[in-house]
Write a protein that binds this ligand. Structure first.
Ligand code: PD2
Ligand code: ZN
Length: 289
């Protein structure tokens, strides 16, 4: 009996992504990670000679796997130990970890800037915080996150634009690749249990990664320190950092291959006395629109 030409339809997804060579494999991974529309990608691939089925399999594989062999994921370069002038502010980097990259920076904001941001956030109104549902990607209220907060838009005021410009200068990462500043308030008993800021790969994260790709780096700046509790914890590193007004901690959420870093699991411990107000800033792989 003659052999039937069934090879393309029976190739596994991982074979499909390798079927047109390394350059195409990297192209598929890079565009999926950057949040490009899958239908647009498939159209481009078919125009270049892929079958629609192979293109769909290759795209599905890149979207579902944690691995991106051989490709590097761009991440902000965190500052080195020492004191530097960052747009007129004398910032001291007092702690650095190599992997995942973590930096603690003091005096990123002045006390006056912290209070001005708090005042502005209050005029905007604080609402119950949400989390990204790991199965369908929706933003939902969750007992693991009991703070209230507000999300600002980029350059919403002169102060906000100045702050964004300073965080960009500190990490050499463009403001265009960043979400708006988020300001969170924690009263006694409120917390944010350990979680990842990087979006899940695959379907649940698609809608979020479609706008600018992965959250490659997180910056937290403490605007008001609680009297007790409220530390930022990294359970997989056995590390807890104390909130200190005007200080920032920043950390990579993904490794060099774009895979979610287990060590980047982090949380905000329950405040025991006083109030904690913190600013969160997420830096994406590409332009965030
Ligand atoms: O508010 C915090 O301490 C905190 C800790 C961990 C906030 C976030 N993550 C966040 O907003 O992702
Ligand atoms: Zn977080």
């Amino acid at each position: 009996m003659a052999l039937q030409s069934v090879l393309p339809s029976t190739l596994s997804q991982s074979a499909a992504i390798d079927s047109h060579g390394a350059e195409w494999r990297d192209w598929v991974f890079t565009n999926v990670r950057a949040g490009c529309d899958h239908a647009d990608m498939a159209e481009r691939m078919v125009a270049a000679g892929w079958t629609a089925q192979m293109a769909a399999q290759a795209i599905a594989f890149a979207a579902e796997t944690d691995e991106h062999p051989g490709a590097l994921c761009a991440r902000p370069e965190l500052p080195v130990i020492g004191v530097s002038d960052i747009k007129g502010q004398s910032v001291a980097v007092t702690m650095r970890l190599a992997a995942p990259a973590i930096a603690v920076c003091e005096n990123v904001f002045s006390a006056q800037e912290c209070e001005q941001l708090i005042g502005y956030a209050r005029t905007r109104g604080l609402r119950a915080s949400t989390v990204v549902d790991e199965t369908d990607g929706r933003a939902v209220a969750h007992p693991e996150r009991s703070s209230t907060g507000v999300m600002l838009t980029r350059a919403e005021t002169d102060l906000v634009a100045r702050i964004e410009g300073r965080l960009a200068a500190l990490t050499s990462w463009p403001v265009e690749n960043c979400e708006g500043l988020q300001i969170l308030h924690y009263a006694p008993g409120q917390e944010y249990r350990p979680h990842f800021d990087a979006f899940p790969l695959g379907k649940a994260g698609d809608v979020h990664r479609a706008k600018g790709g992965q959250r490659v780096n997180t910056i937290l700046v403490y605007l008001r320190s609680p009297e007790r509790g409220g530390g930022t914890v990294f359970p997989n590193l056995g590390l807890t950092l104390r909130p200190q007004q005007g200080a920032a901690i920043m950390f990579h959420n993904v490794d060099a291959a774009g895979k979610r870093a287990n060590e980047a699991l982090h949380g905000g411990e329950a405040v025991q006395a006083g109030e904690k107000i913190v600013l969160t800033y997420w830096q994406r792989e590409g332009p965030f629109v």
